[in-house]
Structure formats: C-alpha cells, structure tokens
Design a binder for this molecule. Structure first.
Ligand SMILES: Nc1ncnc2c1ncn2[C@@H]1O[C@H](COP(=O)(O)OP(=O)(O)OP(=O)(O)O)[C@@H](O)[C@H]1O
Ligand SMILES: [Mg+2]
Length: 242
C-alpha cells in the first residue's frame, strides 16, 4: 500500500488553474522529492497534499484512505506530519517544549511514550542532544529545522511532508540537515519533499519528480534524474552538476 497517492489533481487559485493533472505516489517507507522551476506549482502541490488547498479535480489517498475531502487537521490525525517552510517552531519555547507539543498534538500510538519518542528523535538528530533546554529562537537555522522535523515526527506519522527544508540555510547547515533527512528516510518514515536545491533534495531520497508549468515533466529514481544531462541542463540548474 502507498503512503501517499495523488491522482489526477487539478488545482489553482480562484479561476486560475495551476496544477494540470498530477499523478504521483510515495510507497510505504518510500521517499520522493519534487523539484522544478520557480512558479511551476511545487508549493501549490504541497498545499493540496497536506489539505490547505482543495483540488478542483482528482484525489489524495493516505495509506489507502481517500482524504480528499478532509481539511489539514484531520489529515494530520490520519498520519501526515507537515513541516511548513517558515514559522515552523515556537521560538520562545525550549527544544524539549517544542517536542512535547509535537507529541501532544496528536495522541500517540507509539510505545515508550514521550521519553521513548524523545530518545528516537535524539538518535535521528544528535545535534539536538545538548540543546534540549535552549529556546528554539536561539538556535541556528539548521538546528531550528531539525526541531521542526523532530516535533512533526514525535507522534509517529506515516508520512512526513517537508516544504523547502534548505530555504535560508548556509551550505554547511543545509548539508547537516540533509544528512538528518537521509536518516529519516532510512528509518522508514515515508517522505514527501519540495526542494529548490536539486542536488541536496534529490540526493536524500529514492524517487524524484520534475514539475514544469503544473505538469509532471519527469518521474524517475532520484539518482537517474541527477545523472541525466538533459534534465540537468533544462531543469536542475548548474548546482546539480557533480
Ligand atoms: N495564494 C496565491 N494566490 C494566487 N496565485 C498564487 C498563489 N500562490 C501561488 N500562486 C501562483 O501559482 C503559481 C505557482 O506558484 P507556486 O508557489 O506553487 O510555485 P513554486 O513552484 O512553489 O515556485 P517557487 O519555486 O518560486 O517557490 C505561480 O504563478 C504563483 O504566482
Ligand atoms: Mg514554492
């Protein structure tokens, strides 16, 4: 069964149509990054997947269940952990308090309760181990993204949806963050990511999708997209070069 299945999605803003028949799937334990030029509809697709925009056509299934008619909070309760691009932590609360809120947001079915989940998160994000008492607002941008991801993972979602995780980070911090995303993928949580930095975004996952003008231009194993000279030249930008 797929963690996420998107079929025939048409969506836009008012009368303006942006997405024109999008099909994609993220398998159980799978990972997919959507890349594409500015304005191609990546963020719109993310909003449709997490329930912030209702599509005019098509369906969204989570773990086999049709959730097209459900708003974002109901999808979260069915297993979507969403990390928006901005404002994704409580800056005036400590790292531990942020993780506690993430845990309590959705009644957890995970064994071990809060302490067990906290240990699991510190395995994924060892950088946070000696920062639990620090205010999230006092962390580096990369550490803050780790807190946001850890908070979203606390209840044990089936799918982690990441919107531009590298946005605003230094190359070094982005590198550390994507190493952590690689560990999340390896841990078996399905990941659906939108990312501008194609080399980092495709490098951390199994599958890639190139979105151009609201349509799927290519869908292939991420390493194959990164290696394809035409894809690199047309859509992936010079930064994808090896
Ligand atoms: N809230 C909105 N109201 C109206 N039009 C919007 C809105 N948000 C986005 N659009 C339009 O939808 C199109 C796709 O935008 P979207 O943000 O999905 O692209 P994107 O691929 O995420 O781009 P970027 O790489 O710049 O983040 C653009 O033409 C944009 O102007
Ligand atoms: Mg965007």
């Amino acid at each position: 069964m797929s963690a996420l299945e998107v079929q025939g999605i048409e969506a836009g803003y008012g009368a303006r149509s942006i997405l024109h028949g999008i099909d994609l799937a993220v398998s159980d334990r799978g990972s997919l990054t959507v890349v594409g030029p500015n304005g191609s509809g990546k963020s719109t697709l993310m909003k449709v997947v997490v329930g912030l925009i209702r599509p005019t056509r098509g369906s969204i299934r989570l773990l086999g269940e049709d959730v097209t008619g459900l708003a974002a909070p109901a999808r979260a309760r069915r297993g979507v952990g969403y990390v928006p691009q901005e404002a994704n932590v409580f800056r005036n609360m400590s790292v531990r308090e942020n993780l506690k809120l993430g845990f309590e947001f959705i009644p957890s079915w995970q064994p071990g309760g809060f302490a067990g989940r906290l240990d699991a998160m510190l395995d994924l994000f060892p950088e946070l181990s000696d920062r639990l008492g620090t205010l999230a607002g006092h962390l580096s941008g990369g550490q803050r993204q780790m807190v946001a991801m850890a908070a979203a993972l606390m209840p044990g979602p089936a799918l982690l949806a990441l919107d531009e995780p590298s946005a605003g980070l230094s190359p070094r911090n982005a590198g550390l963050l994507f190493a952590a995303i690689g560990r999340i993928v390896d841990s078996g949580v399905a990941v659906f990511m939108i990312e501008q930095n194609t080399r980092l975004g495709l490098g951390a996952v199994e599958d890639g999708l190139v979105l151009v003008a609201g349509q799927v231009r290519a869908r292939a194993p991420a390493h194959a997209l990164l290696a394809d000279p035409e894809m690199r030249r047309l859509y992936l930008g010079a930064e994808a070069a090896p």
